[in-house]
Design a protein around this ligand. Structure first.
Ligand SMILES: Cc1cc2nc3c(=O)[nH]c(=O)nc-3n(C[C@H](O)[C@H](O)[C@H](O)COP(=O)(O)OP(=O)(O)OC[C@H]3O[C@@H](n4cnc5c(N)ncnc54)[C@H](O)[C@@H]3O)c2cc1C
Length: 461
């Protein structure tokens, strides 16, 4: 149980779990408290009628920090790698066209007009400098390549990654590597090609685990053992003046109120909860955190018999990552992942499974629809794209009012103000997907950094 030197981690999503694990590896006593019944936060996997559906993320890119973590907790043998050449499709006038993911393909794709291709061709020779002010993704793309590329390529990808609105998302915060390319090379395409030559051009593989993404949280939970408690909701954090340990915490464990004293607190919860928890420490946190918007999302996972699918309009049948939908297609689907084509063990023999996403910043009304309405829209639109006849064999729906934090214009300024405020509040550390990137890999990398900061501050105290 907790002692005076314990580091408390609040929130058992991947950010909190990875931070608690790293703190433990650095030799610090740690206690993680998670409000819900399970660890993993957004990440979960359900088994239903012989199908395996991931809730939330469907795969991850294996970054160095994530790869180290997976090795440390003994999951290398459970790892699945998708074929990095698996095509991604974009819907255009009802047909699935391969997404052009390299400069030569950009020049050949029927997704873009001749005029746009000419701009792409000329871009390496027209040096530009990003403006000093934060720029939206949409403004950046229009400035460099025009509205056609924005509508037909960038908007679908932005929906797929961020569920975001390109008119609001900040290119420097949401796609920092793109901004750096322009800063360094004056050209995004020339910069990308130079870096590709220098670093090797292989596209990173998408990964999952044999038993689904829940495996990651489950393995961390096992490793943390008694140091991670579920159904333990933090209700208040307060400073204990002139006393070490510095913070008092009250929490409800299985319905009863308890309290403890800890040396430091890592708050790894979404912004609304972080603001509430830190209000007594410094209301300045809440004022900054309130400026970060979230996109709501609905996810519909479904299974079909292969005989129900008559997919004639994709290059390689059902081989591939899935498809993304430009808004001009007039559908509510943002995109669909072809789970059973990406990873084995997702569907029974002669069956296929798909996960579709709806809502996001460009279609917020979806959040107010009933589950039946959402499921009907997802089924009918997926059927029209993939030529499916009949109802799904099984279906699983999930909704988040606050799914993904949006790195909109001004995000960098908010994050650096939060960093300054944390630095002026010794013993309080922030982790979570709103700070250094929402992907699982970014969350783990940031959690490691925070754990190292905690260790440094403890050794300095
Ligand atoms: C639909 C969707 C699809 C995604 N797809 C991908 C993908 O394909 N690849 C990828 O890499 N990433 C993807 N992501 C992003 C990634 O999954 C998340 O950014 C990441 O899992 C967030 O982890 P977290 O720990 O920061 O937050 P969360 O998972 O939100 O965890 C926060 C935890 O804090 C707990 N908590 C809150 N308040 C309290 C309290 N008072 N006391 C105790 N506990 C509390 C919550 O219960 C929760 O468990 C996706 C996200 C979504 C929503």
């Amino acid at each position: 149980m907790a002692t005076a030197s314990t580091i408390l981690v609040i929130g058992g999503g991947i950010s909190g779990l990875a931070c608690a694990w790293r703190l433990r590896q650095l030799g610090l006593p740690v206690l993680l408290l998670e409000r819900s019944r399970c660890l993993g936060g957004i990440i979960d996997t359900v088994e239903q009628d012989g199908f395996r559906f991931d809730i939330g993320p469907q795969s991850f890119t294996n970054t160095q920090a994530l790869s180290e973590l997976i090795g440390e907790i003994g999951l290398n043998s459970e790892l699945l790698l998708a074929d990095p050449r698996a095509p991604r499709y974009i819907l255009k006038r009802g047909r699935l066209l391969p997404a052009p993911l390299s400069p030569p393909r950009l020049l050949l794709t029927p997704l873009l007009s001749g005029r746009t291709k000419l701009r792409i061709l000329c871009e390496p020779f027209r040096r530009s400098r990003p403006p000093d002010a934060d720029e939206s993704v949409a403004t950046f793309v229009r400035r460099k390549f025009g509205a056609d590329l924005l509508a037909n390529l960038v908007v679908p990808f932005v929906s797929g990654i961020w569920a975001g609105d390109p008119e609001k998302l900040s290119v420097a915060s949401a796609f920092p590597s793109v901004r750096r390319l322009e800063e360094r090379y004056g050209s995004v395409i020339r910069g990308a090609m130079t870096q590709r030559r220098e670093k090797g051009g292989n596209r990173p593989s998408l990964c999952n685990f044999r038993a689904g993404l829940k495996t990651l949280a489950a393995a961390l939970a096992t490793k943390l053992g008694d140091s991670a408690l579920t159904e333990a909701e933090i209700t208040a954090i307060y400073r204990v003046p002139a006393v070490s340990p510095r913070f008092g915490v009250t929490y409800r464990l299985h319905g009863t109120t308890q309290s403890l004293s800890v040396a430091a607190v890592v708050v790894a919860t979404p912004t609304d909860e972080t603001a509430r928890l830190l209000n007594a420490i410094d209301p300045g946190f809440g004022a900054l955190l309130a400026r970060i918007e979230y996109a709501g999302l609905a996810q519909v996972s479904a299974g079909y018999g292969l005989e129900q699918i008559n997919l004639r309009n994709a290059e390689k049948g059902l081989e591939g990552f899935g498809f993304l939908v430009p808004r001009s297609e007039g559908l509510r689907l943002l995109g669909t992942v072809w789970n059973s084509s990406l990873f084995p063990g997702r569907a029974p023999q002669r069956m296929a499974s798909f996960t579709s996403f709806l809502g996001g910043m460009t279609d917020p009304e979806i959040a107010s629809y009933s589950p039946e309405q959402i499921s009907a829209i997802a089924s009918s639109e997926l059927s029209s794209v993939l030529g499916i006849t009949g109802a799904p064999v099984t279906q699983h729906l999930w909704r988040w009012q606050r799914a993904l934090p949006q790195y909109n214009i001004g995000h960098q300024a908010i994050v650096s103000a939060l960093r300054d405020l944390s630095a002026r509040t010794p013993g309080i550390f922030l982790a979570g997907n709103y700070l250094a990137g929402p992907s699982i890999g970014s969350c783990v990398e940031h959690a490691n950094e925070i754990a190292r900061n905690v260790a440094r501050s403890c050794s300095a105290a």
